[in-house]
Design a protein around this ligand. Structure first.
Ligand SMILES: [Zn+2]
Length: 678
């Protein structure tokens, strides 16, 4: 199969309809015998040549970098589509391929350019089922900051000169997905995620040096806070199938991304991090399928381009073959997330701290490492060769494969979050993510959760231009009136779990990146609950929900939802904190209690009629009068249970007590009036 690429051009000539032989460009890697990688300008020239030759693609620009370079954006489709609506009308699945986000990791860029050329010929049939969006050079500023590989990618085996990891603003774009400070991130959120909403995203990288026996490793989305369906599909079905295909068809060995815990004596194979700042984790939070691809940095450049090409080609084939199933899984994820946010399905417990979890012990092929006798490590003031040396010998270890995360400290998904009227910039950021935000036209009183006596700890080390903030505190519940103009971000939308990930103050969202720093501390501050606290209320959705819309009607009474914390020392990842449970008392409980009042009234009236009096009416009237103090006692017991057993405050329970008391008593009074006038 390794000769396949050489024959590819010939194949294209034979099958590419109407494409002239000399018109098909070569990539910089192909032209130089894999001794160089493309500049951003060469990427643009290659794409323009393909388009001019009649390949089924449209080239435009996603945006412009900090240094003024274009980020090229390709829509490959046959027949051409120019909008998501056209793709949907043609029943095509939209797939997004992204390369070179870490611009020293260059093989993804060369591989997707070769694939784009194949869409003109051998792989054109993929476009019957797919619309394929491609950004071959997501980080042009980093790409063109060429330097020696020994400096920019010391653990990488060619080409000799590559770009740098960071973008023109010195940001790691694969940590920027929440705060969206980089122009590349903002452009992709606006033009790709919020517009095209791709069903599948593939992010192409190179590993950072771990010695293993695989040409490529991969990972699904890792944040357990994402809708479970799409992530389970890609992790448990799609990736194992692709692994087998690469082995069977290409003799290329691939496996789950990981690193060993102790290189000399490996005892576990651990994936990386669950946070949504990373691209593929972010896509998982949106309820879509994503795949992280990491070619093996110690394999030579040609091998890395080939395995990345083959892997992506098979990802596309799989997506085309399973397009209907993928669409179904994602539609269901959207529906379920919306129902959960609306309180129509049980509210999921989501993580604000994580721990690694294993899928079981499996054989993992690793390179045997030995201590390096020439190493300068351990001797103060000495540098020199690394402490371990590679032996070139592969060995199969039986170790736990830690390929996922679980929550170690969960919170229930709230109904939504209030954001103060002045925070229009935060709202603009949420809308950039495609999140729906409403602005209250009148003041509203609501039952919210309030983070009191918040403890704020800023990390001493700078990270991506920030000192990350961790927030802990004590949650209480209470009524607050938010003024007109306040924003409400409902969790009852397809991106409801992303809402949690971005806004939950104790999680790894925007508060951690300092977005709410200005508001901290004051009574009206971000964490007081008046303006930002997670409004862990919900309203009667069966009452409010109509016609597919979610009007948060003012007449809808909040349900009770509260959190109980057991352990909050969760600063580290992974963390083995204790599980806590959230409870919800539904409105139906109140309705049942009131119904019980009617039953008691009916029983009293029956007894009154049976015991009788001077007249039948006086027996009934006595029964109605006896009922009222009896029901007062019963309603008081119900309130006591709410306060003492379920943990609500007297203020919370008082309105419910009045309703529970008043409705049956009013009926008893009507009976009395009717008896005296009848
Ligand atoms: Zn990378």
């Amino acid at each position: 199969m390794t000769a396949r690429r050489g024959g590819l051009i010939g194949l294209l000539l034979a099958t590419g309809p109407g494409l002239a032989a000399q018109a098909l460009p070569q990539t910089a890697a192909e032209r130089t015998g894999y001794t160089a990688t493309s500049t951003n300008a060469e990427v643009g020239a290659f794409l323009d040549s393909l388009e001019l030759a009649g390949a089924p693609l449209a080239v435009s620009e996603l945006g412009t970098t900090a240094l003024g370079k274009p980020v090229y954006f390709v829509i490959a489709s046959d027949p051409p589509v120019t909008s998501p609506a056209e793709a949907a009308a043609a029943a095509k699945l939209v797939v997004y391929l992204q390369a070179n986000i870490h611009a020293g990791e260059v093989e993804g860029k060369e591989a997707v350019l070769a694939l784009l050329r194949e869409f003109a010929g051998a792989r054109r049939s993929l476009l019957q089922k797919l619309v394929i969006l491609v950004v071959p050079d997501y980080n042009p500023d980093g790409n063109d900051a060429f330097g020696p590989e020994a400096t920019n990618r010391p653990e990488q085996n060619g080409p000799p000169r590559v770009g740098q990891r960071a973008d023109g603003l010195n940001l790691d774009l694969n940590r920027d997905y929440f705060k969206a400070e980089a122009p590349e991130t903002r452009a992709s959120l606006a033009r790709i995620y919020a517009t095209w909403d791709p069903a599948l995203m593939v992010d192409l990288h190179t590993t950072d040096g771990t010695r293993h026996g695989y040409q490529l490793t991969y990972a699904p989305p890792l944040d357990p806070n994402g809708p479970p369906g799409p992530t389970a599909f890609v992790r448990d079905q799609m990736l194992p199938a692709l692994r087998k295909t690469l082995e069977d068809l290409y003799q290329e060995r691939i496996f789950d991304y990981g690193n060993v815990d102790t290189p000399l004596q490996p005892t576990s194979w651990d994936t990386y991090a669950p946070l949504g700042w990373y691209g593929t984790n972010y896509v998982g939070l949106r309820g879509r399928i994503a795949i992280l691809s990491e070619a093996y940095s110690h394999a030579d450049f040609r091998t890395r381009v080939r395995v990345t090409h083959d892997f992506v080609a098979e990802v596309l084939s799989y997506a085309a073959l399973h397009a209907d199933e993928i669409r179904r899984v994602e539609r269901e994820a959207d529906r379920q997330t919306t129902l959960e946010g609306a309180g129509l399905a049980p509210r999921p417990n989501l993580a604000i701290a994580y721990r690694l979890a294993s899928r079981g012990v499996e054989p993992v092929v690793l390179e045997v490492l030995k201590p390096n006798p020439d190493s300068g490590a351990g001797r103060p003031g000495r540098s020199g060769p690394p402490a371990l040396r590679a032996t070139g010998v592969l060995h199969t270890y039986q170790v736990p494969v830690n390929d996922r995360f679980r929550d170690s400290l969960p919170l229930a998904l709230p109904a939504g979050y209030y954001v103060p009227a002045a925070e229009a910039a935060v709202v603009a950021l949420l809308r950039l993510h495609g999140i729906q935000v409403e602005q209250l036209q009148t003041a509203a009183t609501d039952s919210v959760e309030i983070l009191k006596s918040a403890e704020l700890k800023w990390a001493p080390q700078e990270f991506q231009g920030h000192h990350l903030l961790s927030v802990t505190g004590t949650w209480t519940r209470g009524a607050r009136t938010v003024p007109a103009g306040t924003y409400f971000v409902s969790a009852a939308q397809p991106l409801g779990r992303l809402v949690f990930a971005l806004l939950e103050p104790e999680g790894y969202g925007l508060a951690r990146w300092g977005v709410f720093d200005r508001l901290l501390g004051s009574e009206a501050g971000a964490l007081s609950g008046l303006v930002y606290g997670s409004a862990a209320h919900t309203r009667r959705p069966d009452f409010c929900l109509s016609g597919g819309l979610y009007p948060w009607g003012r007449d809808c009474r909040p349900l009770h939802l509260r959190r109980r914390r057991v352990d909050r020392s969760f600063s580290a990842i992974p963390y083995g904190g204790s599980r806590t449970r959230c409870r919800e008392v539904p409105v139906s409980h109140t309705i049942k209690v009131i119904a019980g009042g009617f039953v008691l009234l009916a029983v009293c009236l029956l007894i009154g009629r049976w015991v009788g009096g001077p007249t039948p009416a006086t027996g009934l009237a006595t029964a109605a009068k006896v009922f009222m103090p009896l029901w007062l006692v019963a309603a008081a017991i119900n309130m006591w249970a709410g306060v003492a057993k379920a943990g609500y405050s007297v203020a919370d329970e008082a309105p419910i007590f009045l309703v529970v008391l008043a409705v049956p008593v009013a009926v008893a009074l009507i009976v009395l009036w009717w008896l005296s006038h009848g």
